[in-house]
Structures are given as structure tokens and as C-alpha cells.
Write a protein that binds this ligand. Structure first.
Ligand code: NAD
Length: 370
């Protein structure tokens, strides 16, 4: 039987509560579908600091490097506000991203029909929305040097950030976008600012060349990133896969997120380069939301973002496409039945807690998989 090695890092706050609901789905898949998941567990964030004095221990980092995929909950909380900067909870996540070399961040924006009314846009603009934003995660202006604030000595200061991209960085992120487009609507829209930025000119050239060389079957379109932002709120359903740099991706993916309703609904994936021997990519899957200290421990957190992150893991790390589709369908059906956690509650719906939402999704998943 195929062994599928998963490392679970539940983290802090609502992380462990949401992860518990994924654990139930894994247990069912192992028991009834012989899925062969081998689970390791570890600590990250504040919980790791309390146990080891670091945001992630070396032992857990080794487990992450050895795993086929990492499922991450959330980190942080007021308890750790005053810990030294190098060991703050977020340092655990940054270390994982860096050491696993996760350069591609995937943020789907899916609007479940039952939640179309929760969007800030008109329901007909977002109902059935299914787009994927592929953001470059390890380069660009957040990391480029020099990055300084200099005192000019005349009462003025000068701040410098450097936007820098090499050909290989653009090639590998666009390859990820084209490959993913082939598994969806087969369309990629690349966004940059070639009209005012040299990095935009190179971005455009490299995406175009990569497309021509290896992915000519995929439909490619280019858009200036500011126009892209406008189109995202004007007619979001025109897009399939959007590929863009670190800075524009940060903003555009948050814009896309708000098209879909609540933070408790949004999954994400971060992928690395394929291993030269096995072809497998290092990968980390996590909800977009944080540790929500204001509701932690109350049993009311929405576990859907965490469960949908596991669905992405099934799809992208284990090529279990049918199972991923079924799990996503189970989430949609449960929402259709009017079952809601507090953050997505609507008039006439049935309000449930974290465990009940997890149970309802598992029951639906079982029924659909039977
Ligand atoms: P947050 O995402 O934790 O919460 C924002 C708001 O959304 C809160 O009112 C919260 O109750 C609500 N919310 C979030 N997820 C929810 C869910 N699944 N179900 C229901 N409601 C949900 O963001 P924040 O309050 O800015 O940050 C809280 C802590 O989380 C901070 O320590 C922050 O540094 C950390 N954080 C961690 C990550 C991460 O682990 N990747 C991401 C963002 C924030």
C-alpha cells in the first residue's frame, strides 16, 4: 500500500480545534478507504516556544523536511506578544517556508453558492466563482537588497526597497501556474506593471517565453496589475488562474479573498520545486486565517478553511483528485443544507460549533464516497 507521510502542526489558538476535524477525516480515509496516511505530529508557534524555547524545534523541522506534506493550523496569540523577536510564533512559519523553499503560494477564491449573499459584491457576480491566485512567495520587493532607511542629514530620511527578480524565479512560478491551469480551466492571466517597472518587463518576457516553449496549449493573457485589481472586483469570474509577483500577489489575493465571504472559509497551499529524483514537491497547506485568540477554546471556530486546506493537500501532494473533489463537494452540500458556524451565520440557518460542522462534513463526505 502507498504510504502517505503527513506532518500535522496544529499550532496555537483555534489551530488545534480546526486540525482535530481534519484528523477525523484522515482516520475515516485510513480505516475505510485504505488511504495509507502515516501521521506525525509536532509543535509550532507559541506552543513550541513553551515546550522548547523556539518557534519550531530542530526535530520538528526534520520531520517537516521528511514529510510528503505539512498541514499547518495557525500560530500566535497575546500570550507570546513579548517573547524575543527571533522566537516569536510567526518565526516558525517563516522558517518552514524558507527551509522547504516554498516559492509558490496558491490561494483559491471559491464562492460557494450558499454563501454568495455574504460577499461584498452582488451575488450574481460571485456565485460559483472559482479562481486560483498563484503568488511568487520568496522573491521580489519583500526580500530584495538594498532595503534601508537612511538619514540624509537635512531633516529628511530616505527609504529604499528593491524589487528584484531573476529569470529562473519567473520561469518556475509561471510553470506552476501553467501546470495548474491544465488541471482546471486551462487559462492563465499574468499580472505585472511592465509600463512602469523593469521587473514587469522581464516578468512579461519570461512568462511569454515559458508559455511558448512548454505550455502553448494553455491560453495566456497579460494584464497590468492595477487593471487586474479592477477586473477582479468588476467581473471576477472571467479569470481561471492568475500568476503574479510577491507584492501584487499579496494584495490581489486579499482582494479575491473578500469576494468569497469569511476568513474562516479560505484555504491555501505553498509549494516548492519538484524533487529531482521523485518529482514530488515539498508542500505546506494552511488556512489563511490566524489563531483567532478572541474565540479560541470556545468550540465555535469554523473548521472549513482547515478542511479545505486538506482537500488541496489531497489534490496537489497526493494526486487524489476524486477525493479532493468529493471533500469540496461535501463542504458545499453542508452549506447548502444551511449548517453554519457563527462567522457565516445567516437568517434561517442552523448555527453549529466546530465539532458539529466537522461531523456534518465528514458524514456528507462518507455519504458521497459510499
Ligand atoms: P485572525 O485571522 O486570527 O482573526 C481575525 C478575525 O477573524 C477574528 O475576529 C477571528 O475570531 C475571526 N476568525 C478567524 N478565523 C476564524 C475561523 N476559522 N472561524 C471563525 N472566525 C474566525 O487574525 P488576527 O486577529 O489579526 O490575529 C490573531 C493572531 O493570529 C495574531 O497573533 C496573529 O499574529 C496571528 N496570525 C497568524 C497567522 C498564521 O498562523 N498563518 C495568520 C494571521 C494572523
Amino acid at each position: 500500500m502507498t504510504e502517505r507521510n503527513l506532518l500535522l502542526l496544529p499550532g496555537d489558538g483555534i489551530g488545534p480545534e480546526a486540525m482535530a476535524e481534519v484528523r477525523k477525516i484522515i482516520a475515516y480515509m485510513n480505516a475505510e478507504k485504505a488511504a495509507g496516511f502515516v501521521i506525525e505530529e509536532g509543535l509550532v508557534g507559541g506552543s513550541a516556544y513553551d515546550a522548547h524555547g523556539a518557534a519550531i524545534s530542530e526535530e520538528d523541522m526534520a520531520k517537516a523536511l521528511a514529510a510528503d506534506a505539512v498541514l499547518f493550523g495557525a500560530v500566535g496569540g497575546p500570550k507570546w506578544d513579548d517573547v524575543p523577536y527571533e522566537v516569536r510564533p510567526e518565526a516558525g512559519l517563516l522558517r518552514l517556508r524558507k527551509d522547504l523553499e516554498l516559492f509558490a503560494n496558491l490561494r483559491p477564491a471559491i464562492c460557494y453558492p450558499a454563501l454568495a449573499n455574504a460577499s461584498s459584491l452582488k451575488p450574481e457576480l460571485v456565485e460559483g466563482l472559482d479562481i486560483l491566485i498563484v503568488r511568487e512567495l520568496t522573491g521580489g520587493v519583500y526580500f530584495g537588497e538594498p532595503k534601508t532607511i537612511t538619514d540624509l542629514g537635512n531633516g529628511q530620511k530616505r527609504a529604499i526597497d528593491t524589487q528584484v527578480y531573476d529569470t529562473y524565479e519567473i520561469e518556475r512560478i509561471s510553470a506552476v501556474a501553467f501546470e495548474l491551469a491544465r488541471t482546471r480551466g486551462n487559462r492563465v492571466c499574468s499580472m505585472e506593471k511592465r509600463n512602469v517597472m523593469k521587473s514587469g518587463v522581464l516578468w512579461n518576457q519570461v512568462v511569454t517565453a515559458t508559455h511558448k516553449e512548454k505550455f502553448a496549449d494553455v491560453k495566456l493573457e497579460h494584464m497590468l496589475a492595477d487593471a487586474g485589481g479592477m477586473q477582479l472586483v468588476r467581473a471576477p469570474k472571467q479569470f481561471d488562474v492568475i500568476v503574479t509577483d510577491n507584492l501584487f500577489g499579496d494584495m490581489l489575493s486579499d482582494v479575491a479573498a473578500m469576494l468569497t465571504g469569511s476568513l474562516g472559509m479560505l484555504p491555501s497551499a505553498s509549494l516548492g520545486a519538484p524533487d529531482a529524483k521523485t518529482g514530488k514537491r515539498k508542500a505546506l497547506y494552511e488556512p489563511v486565517h490566524g489563531s483567532a485568540p478572541d474565540i479560541a477554546g470556545q468550540g465555535i471556530a469554523n473548521p472549513i478553511a482547515m478542511i479545505a486546506s486538506f482537500a488541496m493537500c489531497l489534490r496537489y501532494s497526493f494526486n487524489m483528485v476524486t477525493e479532493a473533489d468529493t471533500l469540496e463537494k461535501a463542504i458545499a452540500n453542508v452549506l447548502d443544507k444551511g449548517i453554519r458556524t457563527g462567522d457565516i451565520m445567516a437568517e434561517g440557518a442552523t448555527k453549529v460549533g466546530t465539532v458539529e460542522m466537522g461531523d456534518a462534513i465528514l458524514a456528507e463526505f462518507q455519504a458521497l464516497s459510499a
